[in-house]
Design a protein around this ligand. Structure first.
Ligand code: AMP
Length: 282
């Protein structure tokens, strides 16, 4: 496995693979890898000739009062997980490699970036879209793997790929959860043991909504009531948003249909966690 920190080297590595008409599967990450990240790498491994992971804590997607400086990092463990997943190259650039001193170009996906996390984290998806487009230009993947845990991010990326005619196949990957249902996240490491127990309320709220869907409930307000009740019953849990939306536009629904998305962001103490579930008739 090669560890590459320079942009020209990464470009040359990918160009050499593509010259042999090989496919490159790519999973961009911010590191502190867990089994959710590893599931992306394994899927990329199964579907491509070459696999690239990137590890880059992207400063432009963090707001001024967010956790950029404290974001968890463990490059040694990350590299051993990449090796185990048979990754061929890990791209680990410095922020100065990605953003030169005179960087002035950003990508904005206007509509799907607006609601949900876009409303509470202004500029977040502009930073995400910009870095992902840059990484696509450097790594030149044929397919790129993204987790459905960050559902809105996935919608932002697929919209950017469509609108800018990018030649990369976006592969959505299911959310990997802890045995008790908590969605895996690098930010779970911020939780104290007590908060870790409380964090389960996100998954419980989604399961309460799922039960309503299976019962045939159509009124979105009923789902919101059930989800809010579960969050409010948890000490130290403060909802940022709880919504039922159309999975494509992310616009709020009044009537829940097959394929509807329940999505929420909740602060557990100081840690902001997100989760979602798509309801589908089995
Ligand atoms: P991050 O390092 O948090 O930026 O995540 C990098 C990629 O891993 C994104 O595509 C995430 O959606 C994906 N990811 C993060 N957590 C999970 C999870 N629990 N299950 C599946 N994919 C995940």
């Amino acid at each position: 496995m090669e560890v590459i920190s320079s942009t020209p080297e990464m470009k040359a590595w990918s160009a050499a693979r593509l010259r042999d008409c090989r496919t490159i599967g790519f999973a961009p990450t911010m590191g502190y890898l867990h089994d959710g990240h590893v599931s992306l790498l394994r899927k990329a491994r199964a579907e491509n000739d070459a696999v690239v992971a990137s590890i880059f804590v992207n400063p432009t997607q963090f707001g001024p009062n967010e956790d950029l400086s404290t974001y968890p990092r463990d490059p040694e463990s990350d590299l051993s997980k990449c090796k185990e997943a048979a990754v061929d190259a890990v791209f680990m650039p410095n922020p100065t490699q990605i953003y030169g001193p005179d960087h002035q170009t950003f990508v904005e996906v206007t509509e799907v970036s607006k609601p949900l996390c876009g409303a509470s984290r202004p500029g977040h998806f502009r930073g995400v879209a910009t870095v992902v487009l840059k990484l696509f230009n450097i790594v030149k993947p044929t397919s790129a793997y993204f987790g459905m845990k960050d559902y809105q991010q996935l919608r932002v990326i697929t919209t950017m790929v469509r609108d800018l005619d990018l030649e990369v196949n976006i592969v959505p990957c299911p959310t990997v959860r802890e045995p008790d249902g908590l969605a895996m996240s690098s930010r779970n490491s911020y939780l104290s043991p007590e908060e870790r127990k409380r964090a389960l309320c996100l998954h419980e709220a989604l399961m309460a909504a799922k039960a309503l869907f299976e019962f045939g409930e159509k009124t979105a307000a009923k789902y919101l009531e059930a989800m809010e009740a579960r969050i409010k019953a948890t000490p130290g849990a403060n909802p940022d948003y709880i919504k039922l939306t159309d999975p494509r536009t992310l616009e709020e629904l009044e009537t829940v249909h097959d394929g509807a998305l329940a999505v929420l962001a909740v602060r557990i103490g100081k840690t902001r966690l997100i989760d979602n579930m798509v309801f589908e008739r089995s």
